[in-house]
Design a protein around this ligand. Structure first.
Ligand code: NAD
Length: 361
């Protein structure tokens, strides 16, 4: 792979390659866009088979975060980090070394949890730099972002019901949830409390049994979940599962869930969903509750404010769906346009030079 070509093709600003062999750290930090503010992004730990796969992933995640932060109305840009390694072999030293690399970026990148990294890992990074969020309550952090992600998705789903049926209520609606992990299980609780009927699937049978005991509902196999008849299909497992292989089987009116980068190919798959009459809420619009909450740590976090800010996804989802309808474009295109317009407008404001900036030169 041509690294500089990959960087410029995606419109990325910067890459940092970090290596500390004595503590087993090999990491890449990508900054996609800082038009709105410093780049905040997850720190993913995976045993990538090749350097190219690690690079592709970090570039794609960073770009995704730019759009997610812009759509969420945050003063943040998009970035991401990948640590290449076996997730079962984590050490304090590895995360502290990573923290020192993050510190070297002087606040241009702010780290957060992602796949295979935890609050405890963010706490280790925090010992070396303040440019990390999602730390534990003991360090003044907000902890696990999943409750806020689930709460935001719940409100995004209410918005879809208003657009489709004229009322946001979930009472009596049927929601099929794929994946009952940190987000999916909490989402199931909100939906159950709102009076929805649930259908769920997970490879983890214990989670399925727990969900049935707590919320009633019906379990189906992971192979069947995309084809069930329901009002909302909520993919809350892993990304990339909606593709020309799976989309034709969907019998839901709406697709709205937690999984990041849910569509195998955004433009193509969003168009196919639209052609099938399925209303798709782009993942980065609806699953931003966790980002919204952890970013609150930069200003002074409170649970109440995070819940209220995540609930505002109701209005953003409606804005995207209405824009798509009015302009006859896919919801994916509508979301991108809204995010890009916000970045352009805010960037232009910076042309108005402020007195203190002049003084610094
Ligand atoms: P998790 O690992 O806690 O849960 C995922 C669940 O999905 C697990 O129970 C797993 O057994 C199940 N699963 C995996 N593949 C499946 C399949 N094919 N069919 C059925 N079940 C399957 O993850 P999470 O934190 O709940 O996140 C879920 C998704 O949401 C991920 O894609 C994540 O990137 C995304 N996301 C999470 C957050 C957050 O705050 N945790 C924020 C934004 C986006």
């Amino acid at each position: 792979m041509q690294w500089f070509e990959a960087l410029s093709e995606g419109g990325h600003e910067q890459l940092l390659l970090a290596s500390n062999p004595e503590v087993g750290l090999t990491a890449i930090v990508a900054i996609h866009n800082t038009a709105l503010g410093p780049a905040l992004g997850g720190c993913r730990l995976l045993d990538y088979p090749t350097e190219e796969m690690a690079l592709q992933e970090v570039l794609s995640l960073a770009r995704h975060m730019t759009y997610k932060a812009a759509m969420a109305g945050l003063d943040l840009g998009g970035g991401a980090a990948v640590i290449v390694g076996d997730p079962s072999v984590k050490t304090e030293a590895m995360f502290r070394a990573f923290g020192r690399h993050v510190a070297s970026m002087g606040g241009r990148f702010i780290a957060a949890e992602d796949t295979n990294t935890t609050v405890a890992d963010m706490d280790a990074i925090r010992r070396e730099t303040r440019w990390v969020v999602g730390t534990g309550a003991g360090l003044g952090g907000s902890g696990d972002p999943a409750p806020y992600t689930a709460w935001g998705i719940f409100h995004g789903m209410r918005a879809t019901m208003e657009v489709v049926y004229g009322t946001p209520t979930l009472q009596g609606r049927t929601v099929a949830i794929q994946g009952l992990g940190n987000v999916g299980f909490r989402l199931a609780r909100h939906l159950h409390e709102a009076g929805a009927s649930l259908i769920f699937a997970d490879f983890n049978e214990k989670r399925v049994e727990e969900a049935r005991a707590a919320f009633g509902g019906r379990a189906v196999s992971p192979e069947e979940i995309f084809g069930v008849e329901c009002d909302i299909l909520a993919p809350c497992a892993v990304g990339g599962l909606l593709s020309p292989h799976t989309i034709p089987s969907i019998r839901a009116r709406v697709v709205a869930g937690a999984a990041n980068q849910l569509l195998e190919c955004d433009e193509r798959d969003a168009a196919q969903l639209q052609a099938q009459g399925v209303l798709y809420v782009p993942d980065y619009v609806i699953n931003a509750g966790g980002l919204i909450s952890v970013s609150g740590e930069l200003r002074g976090w409170s649970r109440e404010k995070s819940m209220a800010d995540a609930a505002a996804i109701f209005e953003r989802a409606k804005q995207v769906l209405n824009r798509a309808r009015l302009q006859r474009i896919t919801t994916y295109e509508a979301a991108n346009r809204i995010a890009e317009e916000r970045m352009a407008v805010v960037s232009r404001l910076q042309r108005l030079r402020l007195p203190q900036e002049r003084a610094r030169r």
